[in-house]
Design a protein around this ligand. Structure first.
Ligand SMILES: Nc1nc2c(ncn2[C@@H]2O[C@H](COP(=O)(O)OP(=O)(O)OP(=O)(O)O)[C@@H](O)[C@H]2O)c(=O)[nH]1
Length: 367
């Protein structure tokens, strides 16, 4: 199983775009195969020159192999998928025109193959690239037909080549225009998908983050706590929470205004965030109250984190509000008991916070 997935990874890589490009390549392989079989059948029927036909089949096989390697290495070689698609299309068109030259009376078959190449391009090229490709195909085909008529009027009568060219031109132009519309639809859908992903990311952000402080919001914190209850019960690690409330915040609002109060809340959040461990989660619980979850922290460690937070918050620059303003907070810490719902732990932390407030503020109390 591991060997199979390693082999698959080696062949298809890990980028889903690469797997898709190799899928297209496999489909073109099938076309080359059918085209090659037709060439061989016509050699057997005596309708095509053996040496030229075998040379053409060899060129087709070499091209198919080379493009498999190029697609696989396109990331390393920094070849864009659309550039690779143009090369592949030009190669396929040249092979078809070559087959048209070597296969005698049944050469018209390869004009149909040209259409298939154009349809393939709709999946990977922009409309203007497809139009350019169509124009170059018609130019190559026209020049080849003129050359055939000039070199052997009996095998390649002018009126048959003329009919072939006009039919091929009508069909190629129609297919190009239609596939152009398909390409535009594909690009529109791609854009809509990107817009949708952006909108979902914004919704996810709005649903989980507090707009003012960019900390987790209460709703998200509740989800984190539910998840933590489940994990904690399974792992049995100590977990603490701290309920934090800014001191005399009302007076900041009253003295400097609500906007200044908002700036203080933001400054607090930035400073507090810088004191956390990577696994800690700080959320705005409401107004100027914050809930800190400290997974895997016994009370001593929780106290250390909150004390570090108090130091950072006290040193936070608040020059945009007032040069002499310093923020302090009071905190109540509670360790979650085994099997205890977080709601109860928070109630105990709230009592400890009340104790911190009533004993003078700017202090940490444990439940
Ligand atoms: N600027 C601003 N103020 C807020 C926000 N949310 C709540 N407040 C204010 O925060 C203040 C909280 O005041 P109190 O509950 O009396 O607490 P305090 O003044 O900090 O006093 P203690 O907690 O007892 O130290 C109120 O004036 C609220 O209007 C907010 O988002 N922005």
């Amino acid at each position: 199983m591991a060997l199979a997935s390693r082999l698959r990874r080696l062949l298809l890589g890990s980028d889903p775009r690469l797997a898709r490009m190799l899928g297209y390549w496999a489909a073109t392989c099938l076309l080359y195969l059918i085209g090659g079989i037709l060439v061989v059948l016509q050699v057997r029927a005596g309708a095509a020159d053996r040496d030229s036909a075998m040379l053409l089949v060899g060129i087709g096989v070499a091209g198919v192999a080379a493009f498999a390697l190029l697609v696989r290495a396109s990331g390393v070689l920094r070849i864009s998928p659309s550039m690779l698609a143009v090369w592949q299309a030009l190669y396929a068109i040249a092979c078809n025109i070559g087959a048209y030259v070597v296969t005698g009376p049944l050469r018209g078959v390869y004009l149909i193959f040209l259409l298939v190449v154009m349809v393939f391009c709709a999946f990977s090229l922009r409309p203007r690239h497809t139009i350019l490709l169509c124009a170059s195909t018609l130019a190559m085909l026209g020049a080849t037909m003129l050359w055939l008529v000039a070199s052997d009027r009996v095998a390649y009568p002018a009126y048959i080549e003329g009919v072939h060219f006009v039919s091929a031109a009508c069909a190629l132009v129609s297919v190009t225009l239609l596939t152009g519309e398909m390409s535009k639809m594909r690009l529109r859908m791609k854009q809509q998908k990107e817009d949708l992903l952006d909108a979902m990311a914004t919704i996810r952000q709005l649903a989980t983050l507090d707009e003012l402080t960019s900390l987790a919001n209460r709703r998200h914190m509740n989800e984190v706590l539910v998840e933590q209850e489940r994990r904690h019960d399974a792992a049995g690690q100590p977990t603490c929470i701290a309920l934090i409330d800014l001191d005399f915040f009302k007076s900041v609002n009253d003295r400097y205004g609500h906007a200044a109060g908002d700036a203080v809340l933001r400054a607090f959040s930035n400073a507090a965030r810088s004191a956390l461990r990577s696994q800690d989660v700080l959320a705005r619980w409401g107004g100027e109250e914050f809930l800190l979850l400290l997974p895997g922290a016994p009370p001593d460690q929780a106290r250390m984190v909150v004390r570090r937070m108090a130091e950072r918050v006290a040193a936070a620059p608040l020059t945009e509000v007032a040069s002499d303003l310093r923020i302090t907070f009071s905190a109540g810490i509670a360790q979650r008991q085994p099997g205890e719902p977080f709601a109860d732990t928070i109630t105990r932390a709230d009592k400890a916070l009340y104790d911190a407030k009533s004993s003078g503020r700017n202090r940490i109390r444990e439940a």
